[in-house]
Design a protein around this ligand. Sequence first.
Ligand code: ISL
Length: 554
Amino acid sequence: ETTKDWWQTAQFYQIYPRSFKDSDGDGIGDLNGITSKLEYLKDLGVTAAWLSPIFKSPMVDFGYDISDFFDIQPEYGTLEDFRTLIKKAKELDLKIVLDFVPNHSSNESEWFLKSVKREKGYEDYYVWHDGKINSTTGKREPPTNWLQYFRGSAWEWNEVRQQYYLHQFAVQQPDLNYRNPLVVEQMKRVLRYWLNEGVSGFRCDALPPLFEVVPDGDGQFPDEVVSGATEDTEDRDYLTTTYIENQPETIDMVYQWRTVLDDHKRIFGGNSSVLLIETYSPAWFTMQFYGNRSTEGAHLPFNFNLITVMEQKGLSASNVQEAIDLWLKNMPAGRTPNWVLGNHDKRRAASRYGKEHIDGMNMLVMILPGVSVTYQGEEIGMTDGEISWEDTVDPWGCNSNPNIYEQYTRDPERTPFQWTGGTNAGFTNGSTTWLPLAADYATINVEKELSDDHSHLKIYKALVALRKSSKTLQNGSTKYQALSEDIFVVQRSLTKSATIVLVINFGSVAKTVDLSQFDKSRTQSVQLLIRSIDSTKKEGTRYDPKALSLDPSE
Ligand code: ISL
């Protein structure tokens, strides 16, 4: 077996900086807060932390609207603070991965301000268009019917420039024009700049909308057609996204970024740095990011199937099997799989799957081959906050209305991290928090779960430790199967004696499982390694694999 590079066996951990730890009492998380908690990450067994955007931003989309890609958001700290964070991380042998947001900038970026004024070199930095004149009304209209992700038209009229600009996200997030070589080069500068600051790679944001279709000879873009997915004409699902998503040029751009990373390593030495790709695309598109026979691409295009399949169909053993198949059966040979349960855009795993299933799902992503990515709070079983319309700040929520905002808002999964059961959950020493806390912080928090004999956190730590020490989990073969609607089994084996099995009961009634049905050789007693929180079994005890009883959600 070949030796693996660091990222192939890594435990990734996503930090949402605004909600992780506040060091200065303003109720907003910051870099010094993160630095003060690096030891916590080390203790969890994390290899690399990915920070959601920390760059200068008007915070319309909480950092995903960047006004200066080369500077730090003042409320998060300074470049010096960032360097301290990197230094401390290096001391602890933790890697830091930054968010790279290539699709758009903030409308307050100097690039955009210059483009509005058609300053030399910036004329075509964004996707500008005259629009069209309606033949009946004689009025000016957007160039196409394209919709943004956050509800409403993807085109905005600019009075100064007297043209429309494209924004696939909020009005304040104009799309950069990747058909302009100056933009392509500028964004590679961004990558090199942060590599020089010592980061270990990037999570690349929002890849599907990077390129749009090439306009026709008259400079016109085609309309999307009504897809019938929703009746809500403001909602992006109302139309197809044939022309605005998943263009082939997007794949090639990622290959170019990979070259930037590899060149940097070749010139300056050091460890490999990684590219993680955010895309909710069909497998035929997603898998191309990995690269092809002649070209290396992203190290890890995120696998969101355990989120999306369950969102559509609910949690069951067969749906879990389908989600795993979707990745492993489509992944090109020799690549590293990965497993994601949540992020800052999706309802929290404990709320989505049900609190009782958080340990089972954490076990699942850690026993499956490849790497797993934890969103802050999943290790303690954090649940969604309840955020009223009045407290709603996410642009996706705000672009809707009080009756439907809960369908769109992403605030519930972004509430402050729960460190203790004390005032403001130990997130801040100040009196306010930028988003209300989730209600359950008195019982779901790090301090309590570290002191409890058995807790989500202790289970999580045991899993990470097992994964780190187990050759079986790192190199073993994989077999998995839904034995029924409720019972799911994953088995990893290196040799017959070095076999690890995970059995989950997704159902709400107790079941007795015969593991020899799944694997004929599995007749000798099995020893319990790690059990979910409500399990009454005992670690170290031996059980009969032909009659293994499992309580609901055990
Ligand atoms: O959130 C989604 C699905 O639940 C996606 O449609 C999401 O908008 C898309 O994947 C892009 O997300 C990323 O870029 C956005 C930002 O708002 C998100 O927080 C980020 O993860 C714009 O930069």
